[in-house]
Design a protein around this ligand. Structure first.
Ligand code: SAH
Ligand code: SF4
Ligand code: F3S
Length: 472
């Protein structure tokens, strides 16, 4: 069935569920366990669920529908999910709470088997390629009391036009591509999200224009490898509806930069191997494009990068950083690093520390290597003992924190353009926002500033946030 027809079919189911839930004042909760793509999927789930007549509540034990949107990139999410499912057993018995589990982890057979065996009271299991069918799955449970297992192994199509309930009124994420073709040897994502496929330029630009009209100021473009946007389509000659000359990631950035009302553009994650000069030029020239580049390193050792199937060397990574420092005034970097991948020696790890020292990242997201069933990394013989992984992780953390403290000092006294996001979570009297380089800034100001870009002078630093003040 064509995506458009399928979405119409789901709208019908949505109407049917609405009939069933009418006047019942039903509530739902959702727990989002993964990355920004997973969060974006959750916003779509919330959109669908609210259209069916449910309202959001914060208490899973009181809700009529509990949804889990899972992640499987590292192991710790598994224990968390199973713990939460155990906690819901009583709510299920007492209130008949409908339990639905979706997302990346549901694409793993050993996990769905375990759920069916140990948590048989789960009503709906859905995967990453069947998210749009949630209305149908819910209808079958409500009307026919049938459990639903709706997981597809083949790559899903791209479904446009799903309802979406966004978390913020000012900043929005926009998925520009699904899946991944890179098969980094440690990573499960390509197995659970399928092959890389890009949304059409027309659909993306339309979505962003609409967001701008609704008052959104900051857009984050999402994908596992954003700078290979439209590459597969180009290579295979798959037609995509052309719009405004967009045929690559660089041209997409340029087109979005022109959209009136959008004031800041971010994107995650680009891959170092695909960072072409046209993208560097687009960032440098696009006045709305944030000058913080998230450039996942993973390891600083060429030997390890090869084993990880990352397709770049330590030197190529450093050269790329150097080139961007020369061509993009004010550029800053953040990164992802995995510690303790199979075969990592002390020398390999020191190369990672060396890159961190040379680049001077604004932020480093650090992960201890977690073996994922079905990936090549899991089968490599020379796994690093847990104890060594933890020791190295702590050494990296220490270096990163020292560096961040030094970099934070450099902010003091400077004027930063801050996008004001809302009230501070810890102090109602203060507002919080982010700099172009994604640093949190807390300051005193009037609520009317929320949703605006304003200049702030940085007055002090506190490791994970800066404080600022408005000039009179
Ligand atoms: N596509 C993105 C990020 C995907 S997952 C990219 O290539 O950068 C986000 C991060 O999780 C990765 O960058 C990596 O640092 C980390 N990660 C992925 N698999 C992991 C594993 N098996 N163990 C630990 N960290 C992992
Ligand atoms: Fe995973 Fe690599 Fe794809 Fe990122 S690029 S999602 S790390 S396989
Ligand atoms: Fe994201 Fe986790 Fe899936 S990182 S793509 S939610 S495995």
């Amino acid at each position: 069935m064509e995506p458009r027809e399928e979405i119409e079919r789901q709208k019908n189911y949505s109407e049917k569920v609405k009939e069933l839930t009418k006047n019942k004042e039903l509530t739902y909760t959702i727990l989002t366990m993964g990355c920004q793509l997973n969060e974006n999927d959750s916003e779509k789930l919330c959109g669908m669920i609210e259209e069916m007549g449910y309202t959001k509540s914060e208490n899973p034990k009181q809700a009529d529908l509990c949804v889990f949107n899972t992640c499987c990139v590292r192991e710790n999410a598994e224990a968390k999910l199973f713990g939460k499912l155990g906690e819901l057993k009583r709510a299920k018995e007492e209130r008949g709470t409908i339990i639905a589990i979706g997302g990346c982890m549901m694409q793993e057979k050993h996990i769905t088997d375990k759920i069916k065996e140990s948590y048989p009271y789960t009503d709906i299991i859905f995967g990453t390629h069947t998210l749009h069918k949630f209305p149908e799955d819910l209808y079958q449970v409500l009307k026919k009391h049938q459990k639903q297992e709706d997981v597809l192994d083949i790559d899903g199509k791209i479904y446009e036009g799903l309802p979406i309930k966004r978390e913020s009124k000012y900043k929005a994420s926009v998925t520009i591509m699904n899946g991944c073709n890179n098969f980094c040897s440690y990573c499960i994502v390509p197995y659970v999200r399928g092959r890389e496929r890009s949304r059409s330029p027309k659909d993306i630009l339309q979505e962003i224009r609409k967001l701008a009209e609704e008052g959104y100021k900051e857009i984050t473009l999402l994908g596992q490898n954003v700078n290979s946007y439209l590459r597969v389509e180009r290579e295979k000659g798959i037609p995509t509806s052309e719009a405004e000359g967009v045929n690559s990631f660089a041209t997409l950035l340029k087109a979005i930069n022109k959209i009136e009302g959008i004031e800041r553009i971010r994107f995650v994650s680009p891959h170092p191997k695909d960072f072409t000069d046209d993208v560097i030029e687009a960032i440098s020239e696009g006045e709305k494009i944030a000058k913080l580049v998230h450039l996942p390193l993973q390891s600083g050792s060429t030997k390890l990068l090869k084993r990880m199937n990352r397709n770049y060397t330590k030197e190529q990574y450093l050269k790329l950083v150097q080139k961007m420092k020369e061509r993009i005034p004010g550029v800053t970097f953040s990164t992802d690093i995995i510690v303790g991948f199979a075969g990592e020696t002390e020398e390999d790890f020191e190369n990672t520390l060396d890159v961190v020292k040379q680049v001077g990242f604004e932020q480093v997201y650090m992960f201890i290597y977690s073996r994922r069933v079905g990936t090549p990394g899991d089968k490599m013989p020379d796994q690093v003992p847990e104890e060594i992984k933890h020791k190295r992780f702590n050494r990296l953390k220490e270096l990163v924190e020292k560096q961040i403290a030094v970099r934070n000092q450099e902010y003091i006294g400077t004027v930063q353009t801050v996008f004001v996001e809302g009230k501070s979570k810890t102090n109602d009297e203060l507002l919080t926002g982010r700099t172009d380089s994604n640093k949190v800034v807390v300051f005193e100001g009037d609520e009317s500033l929320i949703g605006q870009m304003i200049p702030l002078t940085i007055t002090s630093e506190h490791m994970w946030y800066l404080t600022g003040k408005q000039e009179k």
